[in-house]
Design a protein around this ligand. Sequence first.
Ligand code: 2PG
Ligand code: MG
Length: 418
Amino acid sequence: MVTITDIRARRVWDSRGLPTIEVEIRSETGKTTRAIAPAGASTGRREAVALVDGGPVLGGKDVTHALRQMSDVLYPALVGITVESQKQFDRALLEAGGPESSSPVGANTTTAASLAMTHLFAQEAGVAPWQILGDTPTTLPRPQIQIMGGGAHAAHRVAVQDFMVHPLSATCISDAFIQAAEVYRAVGDILAARGHNSGVADEGGHWPDVSDTEEALDTIVQGITRAGLKPGVDMGICLDIAATQFYKDGHYVVGDKTYTAKEWVTELASMSSAFPIVSVEDPVHEDHEQAMVWAVSQCPAVIVGDDYLVTNPKRIEEVPNGSVEAALIKVNQIGTVTEAHDAVVASRKRGLGIIVSARSGETEDVSVAHLATGWQADMLKVGSITRGERTAKWNELLRISEALGNLPMADVLSKPGL
Ligand code: 2PG
Ligand code: MG
C-alpha cells in the first residue's frame, strides 16, 4: 500500500534536443521516484497522443500545458490517495485526466507518472522494478541492436528505418553485446573505407550513406563476417520497415522505385530469403491488414506489428488471424504500464512474440529494461550500442542479468508452424 504525498512534473530534454515530461512521485514513507516519457518520430495513427503546446516555440513540442495540467488536474486528484496496485494507480490517473476525461492529460504525462509509480512500488517493497512486474524470470530478453538507422530517424536518406542485428548463438547477454559491438565497429570501418562514414542516425546507428536497402543489408552482412561471425548462424538481422512512412498515393515509394502492396511484399519476401533476416516490423502500411496477411504468409521472417498494433490490447485482440506474429510493446503508445501489460497478455493469448521497445526520442530513463525483464519479453529493442540514452538501457539490462545470475536469453523467435 502506498500513500502519495506529492506528485510533480518537470520539463527535461530528450536525445533529439526536445522537451519531454519527467514525473516525480513521493510517498508517505519519504521515498521518491521518477520516470521520463520518451517520444516517437514514426508514430502510428492509433497511438495515444502526447500533449505538446504547438505553436512556434521548440517546433511546437514544448510541454508547458502538460506541466500546468499536472499541477491543476493530477495533483489535486492524486495527492493523498492510497493505492495497493499499479492497476489502481493507473485507473486513478486515467479517471483524473486520461484520454476519456473532459480535460485529457497527454500520454507523455500519464506514461511518466505510471512508470514513476512502478518504481515507487518497487522502492516501497525494497526490490528492483523487474521483480514486481511478474514472476521470477527464467530468461532475459534477446536484444535487437541497431547498426544503421534510416527512414524518419535519418531524414529519409533510405526508406527502411531500422537495420538491427540479433545475436543468435551467444549464450549470455554480455557475449551478445560484445558480438554486436564488433559488428557495429566493423560496419563503421567498411563505411569509412568507402568514404561513407557520415555520422549517426537518431538511435546511434550509422548514418545510412548507402544507395539502397540491399546495400545496407549487404554492408551489415560483411560487417558480421568481418567480426568473425557467421551470418544467420551467429548473428541475424531484424528490420523495422516502418512502411507507413513511405506509402504515398497507393504505392510504396522506395528510392526511385514504386511498388504496389503485392509487389512490395514480394520484394520483402525475396529480401528475407536472400539475407539472414529474423524479423520484419511494420512491413506494410499500418492500415493494410490484407497486406500484413500476405507478408506473414510469404516472408520467411517473423512479422512484427508496431504501428500496426500500437500496444493496444483491444486492437491486438481484433486484428485478423495470420496478420502478425509478434507485438512491439511501448508504454507511451497506450499511456500506462497497466494497459501495456494488458497488451502483453493479449499478445500472448494470440500466440504473438513480445518485443519491448524504447522510442527514437529517449533519455537516461531505464524503465524499459525492467519491463522487458519482468514481463519476460522475447526481445528488447532500444537502438544502437552507442549514445548514452541507448547504453543506459543496455547497461541496466547487464546489471539485471548479473542480479539474476546470468540467465539464458529467450529462444530466438521463430515463425509459428515452421
Ligand atoms: C519504432 C521506434 C523505435 P519511433 O518505430 O519502432 O525505432 O521508432 O520511436 O520513432 O516510433
Ligand atoms: Mg517500429
